[in-house]
Design a protein around this ligand. Sequence first.
Ligand SMILES: O=C(O)CCC(=O)C(=O)O
Length: 316
Amino acid sequence: MAEQRLPVPRHRFVSREQFMEHLYPQRKPLVLEGLDLGPCTSKWTVDYLSQVGGTKEVKIHVAAVAQMDFIKLYLLTSWSREQPKKCIRNSSSQRMRNTTYGHLEKTRGSSYSFTGKDVADIRQQFPSLGEDIKFPIFFKEEQFFSSVFRISSPGLQLWTHYDVMDNFLLQVTGKKRVTLFNPQDAHYLYLSGSKSEVLNIDSPDLDKYPLFPKARRYECSLEAGDVLFIPALWFHNVISEEFGVGVNIFWKHLPSEYYDKTDTYGNKDPVAASRAMQILDRALKTLAELPDEYKDFYARQMVLRIQDKAYSKNSE
Ligand SMILES: O=C(O)CCC(=O)C(=O)O
């Protein structure tokens, strides 16, 4: 099957009513243009951002390589403590090209210590920046989960992954190219947890990942002021084409009780999904007690039963 590349639809000046009634129910990614994001779009220059809260100590993720590898990011670099001033300057400088990825989430002031359990909210952790930005009010305040302040160097690529919450990616300054994949194509993505092992999506190793080209690719370029709606479970891969800052807003699409209460990033599977996976692991262990011929026979019965009972009738 030839690789399919599809543009993400763009909509201009969409009202809350239009979004909620006509666009949101389709559960497909789209770019919203012309929303009022507040003064951040003109105010958030490198100089300004270096000054605001510039002396606070923050924890950031720093990537060792441009094409982030979810193993190396954590093993080689883990968290780094920096001041926003240094982080912004480093990310925007040519010298640090492709190496820094500021993902400022937590601040550490005299009365605040990092616990690893705090959910990011730019309005709490950087109140003066929070005042510059208007969140699109397309969902109810009680559905709000987190807002993450992201700083990206040019050339940086974030691996393909899904989140379990709905997400607006507000591109405040700079440019990004985002590639998205339909959750129904997950079996072509070579997943390891919530992430795809295929890091180079533009030139994948086809000996290792022969099915990858079968996944439908949805693509868009985000410019300053654009907002990308990423529905929960849609895979996305983000390449920063120039230095830029953005804010992600995650919100709960399902009632609260579906979500894992220990989730800080919006990427832990819903409680019932994790339980079902554990039960499946136990079923597979039990199946392994059978001789091969029987194991094969009953495994196929199980697949058919899952397809019949659990696949969406609207599968594409
Ligand atoms: O904009 C980025 O750098 C990453 C965005 C992202 O991964 C997300 O929206 O989950």
